[in-house]
Design a protein around this ligand. Structure first.
Ligand code: TZP
Ligand code: MG
Length: 217
Protein backbone atom coordinates (compact mmCIF):
# COMPACT_ATOMS: atom_id res chain seq x y z
CA UNK A 1 0.00 0.00 0.00
CA UNK A 2 1.47 3.33 -1.02
CA UNK A 3 1.37 6.16 1.45
CA UNK A 4 1.78 9.73 0.24
CA UNK A 5 5.55 10.02 -0.40
CA UNK A 6 5.58 13.58 0.97
CA UNK A 7 4.05 12.41 4.22
CA UNK A 8 6.36 9.40 4.39
CA UNK A 9 9.31 11.76 3.93
CA UNK A 10 8.08 14.08 6.67
CA UNK A 11 7.85 11.14 9.09
CA UNK A 12 11.07 9.42 7.99
CA UNK A 13 13.87 8.70 10.45
CA UNK A 14 15.96 6.03 8.75
CA UNK A 15 16.86 6.34 5.08
CA UNK A 16 18.27 3.14 3.63
CA UNK A 17 20.41 2.90 0.52
CA UNK A 18 20.78 -0.17 -1.63
CA UNK A 19 24.38 0.59 -2.64
CA UNK A 20 25.66 -1.84 -5.25
CA UNK A 21 29.18 -1.34 -3.92
CA UNK A 22 28.16 -3.58 -1.01
CA UNK A 23 25.65 -5.99 -2.50
CA UNK A 24 26.04 -8.22 -5.56
CA UNK A 25 23.43 -8.11 -8.29
CA UNK A 26 22.32 -11.59 -7.23
CA UNK A 27 21.72 -10.50 -3.63
CA UNK A 28 20.17 -7.11 -4.41
CA UNK A 29 16.55 -8.18 -4.15
CA UNK A 30 17.13 -10.12 -0.96
CA UNK A 31 18.90 -7.14 0.61
CA UNK A 32 16.07 -4.85 -0.47
CA UNK A 33 13.48 -7.11 1.11
CA UNK A 34 15.51 -7.17 4.34
CA UNK A 35 15.87 -3.37 4.44
CA UNK A 36 12.11 -3.06 3.94
CA UNK A 37 11.30 -5.77 6.44
CA UNK A 38 13.47 -4.07 9.08
CA UNK A 39 11.59 -0.84 8.47
CA UNK A 40 13.59 1.70 6.46
CA UNK A 41 11.43 4.74 5.75
CA UNK A 42 12.91 5.56 2.33
CA UNK A 43 14.98 3.41 0.02
CA UNK A 44 17.48 4.71 -2.51
CA UNK A 45 19.05 2.80 -5.38
CA UNK A 46 22.71 3.85 -5.73
CA UNK A 47 24.98 2.19 -8.26
CA UNK A 48 28.04 4.30 -8.96
CA UNK A 49 29.79 1.84 -11.28
CA UNK A 50 26.83 0.30 -13.10
CA UNK A 51 25.60 1.15 -16.60
CA UNK A 52 22.25 2.89 -16.90
CA UNK A 53 20.84 -0.20 -18.60
CA UNK A 54 21.89 -2.44 -15.72
CA UNK A 55 20.48 -0.03 -13.12
CA UNK A 56 17.21 0.10 -15.04
CA UNK A 57 16.95 -3.67 -15.11
CA UNK A 58 17.52 -3.94 -11.36
CA UNK A 59 15.34 -0.92 -10.64
CA UNK A 60 12.42 -2.67 -12.31
CA UNK A 61 12.65 -5.30 -9.57
CA UNK A 62 13.43 -3.00 -6.64
CA UNK A 63 10.95 -0.17 -7.24
CA UNK A 64 7.87 -2.44 -7.10
CA UNK A 65 9.09 -3.97 -3.81
CA UNK A 66 9.21 -0.47 -2.33
CA UNK A 67 5.80 0.38 -3.71
CA UNK A 68 4.36 -2.80 -2.21
CA UNK A 69 5.87 -1.90 1.18
CA UNK A 70 4.59 1.70 1.01
CA UNK A 71 8.16 3.01 1.15
CA UNK A 72 9.19 5.84 -1.19
CA UNK A 73 11.68 4.73 -3.83
CA UNK A 74 14.53 7.17 -4.47
CA UNK A 75 16.71 7.08 -7.58
CA UNK A 76 20.23 8.42 -7.21
CA UNK A 77 21.88 10.56 -9.91
CA UNK A 78 19.74 9.76 -12.98
CA UNK A 79 16.62 11.84 -13.72
CA UNK A 80 15.89 9.67 -16.74
CA UNK A 81 15.89 6.49 -14.66
CA UNK A 82 13.83 8.18 -11.95
CA UNK A 83 11.18 8.92 -14.57
CA UNK A 84 11.36 5.51 -16.19
CA UNK A 85 11.11 3.72 -12.83
CA UNK A 86 8.34 6.03 -11.61
CA UNK A 87 10.47 6.92 -8.59
CA UNK A 88 9.02 8.96 -5.75
CA UNK A 89 12.22 10.97 -5.41
CA UNK A 90 15.46 11.81 -7.17
CA UNK A 91 18.65 12.40 -5.21
CA UNK A 92 21.25 14.85 -6.51
CA UNK A 93 24.77 15.65 -5.36
CA UNK A 94 26.34 19.10 -5.48
CA UNK A 95 27.65 18.38 -8.98
CA UNK A 96 24.42 16.93 -10.35
CA UNK A 97 22.92 20.20 -11.58
CA UNK A 98 20.40 22.67 -10.27
CA UNK A 99 16.95 22.13 -8.87
CA UNK A 100 15.45 23.97 -11.85
CA UNK A 101 17.16 21.66 -14.34
CA UNK A 102 15.98 18.60 -12.46
CA UNK A 103 12.43 19.98 -12.12
CA UNK A 104 12.23 20.53 -15.86
CA UNK A 105 13.11 16.89 -16.42
CA UNK A 106 11.08 15.14 -13.72
CA UNK A 107 8.07 17.44 -13.36
CA UNK A 108 6.36 18.98 -10.34
CA UNK A 109 5.51 15.91 -8.32
CA UNK A 110 8.77 14.07 -7.79
CA UNK A 111 10.56 14.82 -4.51
CA UNK A 112 14.10 16.14 -4.89
CA UNK A 113 16.92 15.56 -2.42
CA UNK A 114 20.38 17.14 -2.27
CA UNK A 115 23.68 16.05 -0.73
CA UNK A 116 25.20 18.84 1.35
CA UNK A 117 28.60 19.03 3.02
CA UNK A 118 28.48 22.24 5.05
CA UNK A 119 25.91 24.38 6.88
CA UNK A 120 26.09 26.86 3.96
CA UNK A 121 25.25 24.18 1.40
CA UNK A 122 22.44 22.93 3.64
CA UNK A 123 20.89 26.41 3.82
CA UNK A 124 21.33 26.89 0.08
CA UNK A 125 19.55 23.62 -0.67
CA UNK A 126 16.63 24.80 1.47
CA UNK A 127 16.53 28.14 -0.36
CA UNK A 128 16.73 26.34 -3.72
CA UNK A 129 13.60 24.41 -2.81
CA UNK A 130 14.89 20.88 -2.28
CA UNK A 131 12.50 18.62 -0.38
CA UNK A 132 15.15 17.11 1.88
CA UNK A 133 18.92 17.06 2.33
CA UNK A 134 21.65 14.65 3.28
CA UNK A 135 24.21 16.33 5.57
CA UNK A 136 27.70 14.87 5.85
CA UNK A 137 29.77 12.82 5.67
CA UNK A 138 29.96 13.21 9.42
CA UNK A 139 32.83 10.72 9.51
CA UNK A 140 35.21 9.52 6.80
CA UNK A 141 33.66 6.50 5.08
CA UNK A 142 34.68 3.95 2.47
CA UNK A 143 31.25 4.44 0.87
CA UNK A 144 32.24 7.97 -0.19
CA UNK A 145 35.99 7.96 -0.72
CA UNK A 146 37.86 11.24 -1.05
CA UNK A 147 35.56 13.27 1.17
CA UNK A 148 36.74 14.26 4.65
CA UNK A 149 34.45 13.82 7.62
CA UNK A 150 32.91 17.15 8.65
CA UNK A 151 32.32 16.06 12.22
CA UNK A 152 29.29 16.61 14.40
CA UNK A 153 29.83 20.25 15.43
CA UNK A 154 27.20 21.65 13.04
CA UNK A 155 24.58 18.93 13.34
CA UNK A 156 22.52 20.63 16.01
CA UNK A 157 22.56 24.03 14.30
CA UNK A 158 21.60 22.62 10.88
CA UNK A 159 18.88 20.53 12.49
CA UNK A 160 17.48 23.59 14.33
CA UNK A 161 17.65 25.80 11.23
CA UNK A 162 17.15 23.85 7.99
CA UNK A 163 15.78 20.80 9.82
CA UNK A 164 12.63 22.56 10.99
CA UNK A 165 11.71 23.31 7.36
CA UNK A 166 12.77 20.16 5.49
CA UNK A 167 14.07 16.79 6.66
CA UNK A 168 17.82 16.71 7.33
CA UNK A 169 19.38 13.25 7.17
CA UNK A 170 22.82 12.98 8.71
CA UNK A 171 25.04 10.63 6.73
CA UNK A 172 28.51 9.23 6.47
CA UNK A 173 30.21 6.73 8.72
CA UNK A 174 27.17 6.35 10.97
CA UNK A 175 26.98 2.89 12.49
CA UNK A 176 25.03 1.15 15.20
CA UNK A 177 28.02 1.56 17.49
CA UNK A 178 28.24 5.37 17.14
CA UNK A 179 24.54 6.12 16.61
CA UNK A 180 24.01 7.16 20.23
CA UNK A 181 26.76 9.79 19.84
CA UNK A 182 25.19 11.07 16.60
CA UNK A 183 21.78 11.34 18.26
CA UNK A 184 23.41 13.05 21.24
CA UNK A 185 24.89 15.59 18.79
CA UNK A 186 21.37 16.49 17.66
CA UNK A 187 20.63 14.19 14.71
CA UNK A 188 17.09 12.85 14.46
CA UNK A 189 17.20 11.34 10.98
CA UNK A 190 20.05 9.35 9.49
CA UNK A 191 21.22 7.49 6.43
CA UNK A 192 23.22 4.36 7.13
CA UNK A 193 24.66 2.35 4.26
CA UNK A 194 27.57 -0.01 4.93
CA UNK A 195 26.80 -0.88 8.54
CA UNK A 196 23.35 -2.12 7.52
CA UNK A 197 24.26 -3.81 4.24
CA UNK A 198 27.16 -5.71 5.80
CA UNK A 199 25.23 -6.74 8.92
CA UNK A 200 24.75 -10.52 9.27
CA UNK A 201 21.01 -9.91 9.70
CA UNK A 202 20.07 -6.74 7.83
CA UNK A 203 16.43 -6.63 8.93
CA UNK A 204 17.31 -6.91 12.61
CA UNK A 205 20.03 -4.25 12.28
CA UNK A 206 17.54 -1.89 10.61
CA UNK A 207 14.94 -2.50 13.31
CA UNK A 208 17.53 -1.79 16.02
CA UNK A 209 18.45 1.56 14.44
CA UNK A 210 14.79 2.50 14.00
CA UNK A 211 14.07 1.80 17.61
CA UNK A 212 17.03 3.95 18.78
CA UNK A 213 15.96 6.81 16.51
CA UNK A 214 12.30 6.64 17.48
CA UNK A 215 13.03 6.49 21.20
CA UNK A 216 15.30 9.55 20.90
CA UNK A 217 12.16 11.62 20.35
N1 TZP B 1 27.10 10.68 0.92
C1 TZP B 1 27.78 11.22 1.94
S1 TZP B 1 28.48 10.01 2.91
C2 TZP B 1 27.82 8.78 1.95
C3 TZP B 1 27.09 9.32 0.91
C4 TZP B 1 26.39 8.57 -0.11
C5 TZP B 1 28.02 7.34 2.22
C6 TZP B 1 27.41 6.87 3.49
O1 TZP B 1 27.67 5.50 3.63
P1 TZP B 1 28.06 4.82 5.01
O2 TZP B 1 28.51 3.44 4.59
O3 TZP B 1 26.83 4.78 5.85
O4 TZP B 1 29.17 5.62 5.61
MG1 MG C 1 25.13 12.16 -7.54
Amino acid sequence: MMTDPRKALADARLYGILDLGYVTAEKAEEATRALLKGGVDLLQLRAKTWTEAAILELGKKIAPLCKEAGVPFVMNDFPSLAIELDADALHLGQDDGSLEEARKLVGDQMLLGRSTHSPEQARQALLDGFDYIGFGPLFPTPTKLGRPGIGMDHVRAVQADVGIRIPVFCIGGIRRDNLAQVIEAGARRVVIVSDLLTAPDIATAVAEVQSSLRSAG
